[in-house]
Design a protein around this ligand. Structure first.
Ligand code: ZN
Length: 329
C-alpha cells in the first residue's frame, strides 16, 4: 500500500456550461479556484484549449507550478471509460466522441491524470465531506437540466465493469415516454429533470392553458426554465403547481426503484432543481413511502446536498487519493 501524498491535486470540473479548476489538498482544503465558460458548441479542441488556460489561471492564483502537484483528476459529465481516461460520449459536450482527455493532459502537464463522472464524484464528495459522511450505503442524485447519479456501497463508490455505473437519470420510468437526450424514451431525466419541467409547462401553454409563467417571461416561451416554473409555483400558479407535482411524482417513482434495489440509508439530492426543497421533495417522498417496500422505505432518509457545487471537486480529489492508496496510479 502506498503512502498518501502531501502534495495538492489539480481538480477540473468539466461541465457543458462552465469549467471549474481548483487546487485541493489531500485533506479536502480548497486552495484556489478558477471558473470560465466552456462554450461547448466550439467542439473538443477549443474546449480543451480553454481548459488548459483555465488551469494556468488556477495554478497562478495558488502560486504553484504543475511540478508542485500530485496529479490531475477531471470530473466530467458523460459516459467515461475511466480505466483508459476516455470521454466516450457526453450529451452536454457536443462533438466529444472517444476523446482521450487523460492522455492529452498527461502529455501537457506530465502528471498522472484520472477521469471520473461528475455525479459519481459528487456522490463520493458527499460521502466523505458532506451530509453523507459516515453513511456506508447511499445514493446521490443530481437534478438539474439533466439527472446524474452516483452509488456508494459499503463506503465505496460503485463503478461497475467499465467504470460507468450510476447513470440513474437513465433508468426508464415510462417505457413509451418522451425522448431523452440519450436517445432512449421515458428515462427519469426525460420525466423529472428541470428540462422536462420547462418542456411540460411550455407544451401546455402552447395548447392554450393559462399561467403566470407567460408574464414572468414576458411572452417569450423559450425563456421558460425550471427556475421560472418554481417561481410561478411558489406564487400559487395552477399550471406550474400541477407540473411540479407531476415532476415530483416521477422523481418519487425513481426513488421507489432506488430504494427497492439498493436499500440505501440515504438518498442525497443535489443540483439546481433540488433548491425547490420541500415543494418537490415532500410529494416525491410520499410516492416513495406508498410504493416502495415498507422496511427499506422506513429506513431511507431523503435529504438535500450540503456541499452544493463543491461536492464534485471534493469527491474527485478523494477519488484520486483512493486510487493512489490502492496502487492504481
Ligand atoms: Zn436517457
Amino acid at each position: 500500500m502506498q503512502q498518501i501524498s502531501q502534495k495538492p491535486l489539480l481538480v477540473i470540473d468539466l461541465g457543458g456550461t462552465k469549467i471549474l479548476s481548483a487546487v485541493i489538498t489531500p485533506l479536502g482544503y480548497i486552495l484556489s479556484r478558477n471558473y470560465c465558460l466552456t462554450m461547448a458548441e466550439r467542439g473538443p479542441k477549443a474546449v480543451i484549449d480553454t481548459l488548459i488556460t483555465n488551469v494556468s489561471g488556477v495554478l497562478g492564483k495558488a502560486k504553484l507550478e504543475s511540478r508542485d502537484l500530485d496529479g490531475i483528476v477531471v470530473a466530467a459529465a458523460g459516459i467515461l471509460d475511466t480505466i483508459h481516461g476516455v470521454v466516450t460520449v457526453s450529451p452536454n459536450l457536443p462533438g466529444w466522441r472517444n476523446v482521450h482527455l487523460g492522455e492529452i493532459l498527461l502529455r501537457k502537464f506530465g502528471l498522472a491524470t484520472l477521469l471520473i463522472n461528475d455525479a459519481n464524484a459528487a456522490a463520493l464528495g458527499e460521502n466523505r465531506f458532506g451530509v453523507g459522511k459516515g453513511i456506508d450505503n447511499l445514493i446521490y442524485l443530481t437534478v438539474s437540466t439533466g439527472i446524474g447519479g452516483g452509488i456508494i456501497i459499503g463506503g465505496k463508490l460503485y463503478s461497475g465493469a467499465d467504470g460507468c455505473a450510476g447513470e440513474l437519470g437513465h433508468m426508464i420510468i415510462e417505457a413509451k415516454g418522451p425522448k431523452c437526450g440519450c436517445g432512449n424514451n421515458g428515462c427519469l431525466e426525460a420525466m423529472a429533470s428541470g428540462t422536462a419541467m420547462a418542456r411540460e409547462v411550455v407544451d401546455r401553454i402552447e395548447k392554450g392553458e393559462m399561467s403566470t409563467v407567460i408574464q414572468l417571461v414576458q411572452g417569450s416561451l423559450d425563456k421558460v426554465d425550471a427556475k421560472i416554473v418554481a417561481m410561478a409555483a411558489k406564487q400559487g400558479d395552477g399550471l406550474a403547481c400541477h407540473v411540479v407535482n407531476r415532476i415530483a411524482y416521477y422523481l418519487g417513482i425513481g426513488f421507489v426503484n432506488l430504494v427497492n434495489i439498493f436499500n440505501p440509508e440515504m438518498i442525497i439530492i443535489g443540483g439546481g432543481v433540488s433548491r425547490m426543497g420541500r415543494m418537490l421533495l415532500e410529494p416525491a417522498r410520499r410516492v416513495m413511502k406508498e410504493r416502495a417496500f415498507k422496511l427499506p422505505s422506513r429506513t431511507v432518509r431523503i435529504v438535500r446536498s450540503r456541499l452544493g457545487y463543491d461536492a464534485g471537486i471534493l469527491g474527485a480529489a478523494a477519488y484520486f487519493s483512493d486510487q493512489r492508496l490502492n496502487g492504481v496510479i
